[in-house]
Design a protein around this ligand. Structure first.
Ligand code: SAH
Length: 185
């Protein structure tokens, strides 16, 4: 009994370590590399998602739930694109049309693609969401893609761990250069 418990605990630790390692890779390499990583090692994706769910489950609030509440207060006619949608909780929580993009299909609702290049026409959506998914070192390319698919005057919603920002003011001014006006933080 004790050795089984020990083994289970060690396995948990290894999974957590692999999650943190993959997470760090996603934040520190170009999005194309992330696509390649998950294609070459589909198991990594499942480990990542188990770790992700466990991590978010420990937080006092999942930012995705806040985004759901925020969008439910706006018309259901708004078209949404969820960049890095994970298990498509957003799409399943709203009546809106939600385009779900991720590297691997955790749900049949997912369109598999690299979010630097999504299969949508220009000015196709009212809202783009990045919930804990603004990953990759080619952020400029990714945000330009969000800008391309957004209608003029559309809304970009970003939820990210504060410590991921080296300099919030620099981020906001870079966002302004890309054409986004900060409405609320
Ligand atoms: N937004 C979801 C999932 C966040 S986890 C939620 O809040 O629950 C981050 C997600 O971004 C993962 O599913 C990961 O596969 C995805 N992702 C990371 N880089 C990506 C890329 N280049 N293109 C598409 N999806 C990406």
């Amino acid at each position: 009994g004790r050795s089984a418990a020990l083994r289970a605990r060690m396995e948990e630790r290894l999974l957590s370590a692999r999650f943190r390692y993959i997470n760090q890779q996603l934040y520190t390499s170009p999005s194309r590399e992330a696509a390649r990583l998950f294609r070459s090692d589909p198991q990594a994706f499942h480990i990542y998602h188990r770790g992700f769910a466990r991590q978010v489950g420990r937080w006092p609030e999942n930012p995705l739930h806040r985004i759901v509440r925020l969008l439910r207060r706006r018309p259901a006619s708004l078209v949404v694109a969820d960049f890095g949608c994970g298990d498509c909780t957003l799409a399943r929580s709203l009546r809106n049309k939600v385009h779900c993009f991720d590297l691997v299909p955790l749900s049949p609702l997912v369109t598999v693609c690299d979010m630097a290049q999504v299969p949508l026409a220009a000015e196709a959506v009212d809202v783009v969401v990045f919930c804990l998914a603004l990953m990759g070192t080619n952020l400029q390319e990714i945000l330009e893609e969000a800008n391309r698919v957004l209608k003029p005057g559309g809304t970009l919603l970003v939820a990210e761990v504060a410590s991921r920002f080296e300099d919030m003011r620099a981020f906001l001014s870079a966002m302004a250069l890309l054409g986004f006006k900060s409405v609320s933080k």
